[in-house]
Ligand binder design. Sequence first.
Ligand SMILES: [Zn+2]
Length: 480
Amino acid sequence: MKELCLRALDVARGKGAVYADARIVRSRRQDVSTEDERVSGVGDSESAGIGVRVLCDGAWGFAATARLDRAEVERVAAQAVEIARSAALAPAPGGIRWAAEPTHVGVFRTPIKVDPFSVPLEEKIQLLLAINAEVLKVKGVRKCHSGMNFRREWRLLANTDGSLIESETYLTTAGYHATAVDDMTAKTRHFAAYPLSTGYEHVRETPLLAEAARVGEEAVAQLKGAPCPVGRKDLVLHPSHLCLTMHESIGHATELDRVLGMEESLAGSSFATIDQLGTLRYGSPVMNVICDNTMPHGLASRGYDDDGVEAQRWPIIRDGVLVDYQTSREVCGAIGALRSRGSCRADSWASIPIIRQSNLGLAPGKEPLTLDELIADTKDGIYIEGTGSFSIDQKRYNFQFGGDCFWEIKNGRKGAILKDVTYQAITPEFWGSLDAVCDERFWVPYGVTNCGKGDPGQVAQMTHGSAPARFRQINVGGAR
Ligand SMILES: [Zn+2]
């Protein structure tokens, strides 16, 4: 494999490329799902190939193939150069600045205890069917869907900096949703072993079966829940909910290619423009957002990105102020950075690397604070768990979020379940209303497995962790 990568680089260099990388990826994925008392899907697939990216005459070329033999790899490397020469006929304004990166020779492997692909399918299906049976025992529940998803990706990246990087990462998640139905409507409640780059031990250690009855009961309770009030409420948001709000209103808004207008074709721009770097008040002084691709078991933790940049940890919002972006070697120079932050990844051997969100999370509060104490300190609010529908504009400025389950908070007590809660806000006003974050004991790494970006589209995964947090006086109920 190494010889194939190095041969691709030789061919690209020989034809005039000033930079080239060759990336072989072998991936396997398994998806298992059940519906009520039956198996509804089992998929198991493998994919392997090589992608060659070249910088030539001031333009990019990329070509890929699933045939891993020397003649084919030589053909693809030559084709990538040819594509770059064609692209150079319409050069990028200002040309391409390519930031330097030290040479890396290394191996990164996600530590796992149990390879999910070694666990028999029967064991997985038995657990899913047992969950369904438990959920369906709850009176009022009419459907239960359960599923597990596993991925393993092995990569070998060689580039003309002399780097040679091998990595192996996993994705493991399992979850289910219960649907309760009455004469008028249907309500659904979810539970999951949230996605992590880890092994099957994550499924075994998560109380999937033990929580099944509660999850079913909360689906039923939502049928009878009072509708979302209209007005301003304090919101206490659980990490299982905040992951998506952070992803959409901070994560995408701070991808530097979007900020620079390079992703406009897929709802991609940002209000957080580079002239405001160091001055934009993104949120309140208790808002600290850290990107961390060194995070153990993070979905974006690979040791190195596909630009060959070593994983880093860095603040992007410090005490409420925008202080950095998520960058690649191509765009980091636009903010005067000499080195990329290492946020460039491709979703397969057949895709060109683009800026993808890092593991990005809200730092826990510095003072001891439990979720119970936070609720006890809230007079008139709503507590939200899990994610639901959402909508956000292309500048990541004006948004609305739903959720999975909602409780009224009255005079410091978590009360009855509400239904159909939505909240509406403008990004800096929303984060400006953040006044308390629970401490690190309550910090949980949730993640996103289906982040779409790029044209043609790619799907990426990343982790977004936080502790429960409170936002004061947010507009709720506007969607009714
Ligand atoms: Zn996304």
